[in-house]
Design a protein around this ligand. Structure first.
Ligand code: ATP
Ligand code: MG
Length: 390
């Protein structure tokens, strides 16, 4: 009787012919995340993925697995041969462990017979093992409707018994849905937006705009710290850092004051698109949300979209701020996001920004600027680094 960890796959299970590809990506990610935890052995087993590891690492491995997208839940299992006597022993052991953990009175056995040649059918196995538990433990009852604990039995090439389904995020393995370039400010929203897209399988890169020396090195450090926290879920992140002060000065000198925010946003998009195209990245990602701040109106979105051809993904578009904050807390970026460092957008913040910009007006103002020259110059001076998980 030994112990393994099983991982259930949710949506990947629906992927038909592509399933092998999704599973392969997931296994590679699990390997990567757990390589420092005794280099566990990982294998596919008829619908689930199993992890063989030294039990001292189980807790740490499970904590890592909770952050791997594509996993729906995780169960520490007892793995045994599937003769009936072994199953009985395994079930008794699993139940003993439950009683050591918590004081429960009711249970239900749920069997999945994946091996259709197994001589007993699922309900019969459940019934018999239920009997075994009742015989071996006192003051315990079966409750088929609302049990305090489930004893799960999966009959495959071996038998797996488990009582816990530890929830993970679901979603799809990173890298199964292309690459995105996340516009990462120091705020609450953009890390959450990155998380949402990574959860759907998008591999993340990040770009940050600053106005050094008007914005400080500390402010930049804060954004890198946010990216470092995100690596817990997203793996390593290529981080581009762009100084747009020259562009802001140029806009400030040559365009109407109230268009500053929208004009610099269009520049951010153009710069991001140009870098993304060079790096074969498929989409831009922002933390924009409808109505949250002055620039985030439908008209504003239209004017921003018109500056580039690449899709701009805005996963937070319909969220309320409280929902975004809840996720930011959950993914551990919130405390860093609220540190009060300056942002490049606040450097030339207009007193009354246009809230319903018209594309024609904005394009008219941009005629005063040498867009291509400005974009190319800041890209020439950009810095980049790889943000690695700690
Ligand atoms: P956040 O909390 O992400 O800063 P916000 O509510 O402050 O968002 P805005 O300042 O309007 O909203 O920014 C909208 C989005 O534009 C951000 O979510 C981010 O994706 C992008 N963005 C804004 N400023 C920067 C910046 N300095 N560098 C990179 N991206 C930025
Ligand atoms: Mg912001």
């Amino acid at each position: 009787m030994d112990k393994v960890i099983s991982v259930s796959l949710g949506e990947i299970a629906l992927k038909g012919l592509n399933r092998g590809y999704f599973e392969g990506k997931l296994i590679r990610q699990i390997k990567n995340m757990t390589k420092n935890l005794g280099a566990p052995n990982i294998y596919k087993g008829q619908g689930k993925i199993y992890i063989e590891a030294d039990e001292v690492y189980f807790e740490q491995i499970i904590n890592k697995l909770k952050k791997v997208f594509g996993i729906v839940y995780i169960s520490p299992c007892i793995r045994i041969e599937k003769d009936f006597e072994s199953i009985e022993k395994g079930a008794i052991n699993a139940f003993k462990e439950v009683l050591e953990r918590e004081n429960i009175k009711t249970f239900k056995v749920e069997t999945r017979r994946v091996d259709k040649n197994y001589p007993f059918k699922s309900p019969e196995i459940s019934r018999r093992i239920g009997g075994t538990i009742l015989k071996n433990f006192q003051d315990i009852k079966v409750d088929v409707h609302n049990p305090e604990v489930y004893l799960y039995i999966d009959i495959k090439d071996k038998c797996y018994i488990y009582t816990e389904k530890i929830k993970a995020y679901g979603g799809l393995p990173i890298g199964t849905n292309g690459e995105g370039l996340l516009l990462l400010s120091g705020g609450i929203d953009s890390p959450v937006a990155g998380f949402m897209m990574a959860k759907r399988g998008v591999k993340l890169n990040a770009i940050h705009f600053h106005s050094y020396p008007f914005t400080s090195e500390r402010a930049e450090e804060k954004v890198k710290n946010l990216a470092t926290i995100m690596t817990r879920y997203c793996g390593n992140i290529l981080f581009y850092s762009i100084n747009i002060l020259d562009i802001q000065k140029e806009i400030n000198a040559k365009c109407p004051e109230d268009e500053m925010t929208i004009l610099s946003r269009r520049f951010m998009m153009r710069i991001s698109e140009k870098i993304a195209e060079k790096k074969n990245i498929n989409a831009l990602i922002t933390g924009e949300n409808l109505g949250q701040v002055a620039s985030q109106t439908i008209q504003g979105i239209h004017v921003v979209n018109s500056s580039v051809k690449m899709p701009i993904l805005r996963p937070l578009i319909g969220f309320d701020k409280v929902q975004i904050i809840d996720i930011a807390k959950e993914i551990e970026t919130y405390e860093t996001s609220i540190l009060p460092y300056e942002d490049c957008c606040t450097v030339f913040l207009p007193k009354h920004p246009v809230t319903r910009p018209k594309l024609g007006d904005i394009e008219e103002s941009e005629k005063n600027l040498d867009i291509e020259f400005l974009v190319n110059r800041v890209i020439e001076n950009m810095e980049y680094s790889v943000i690695r998980g700690k």
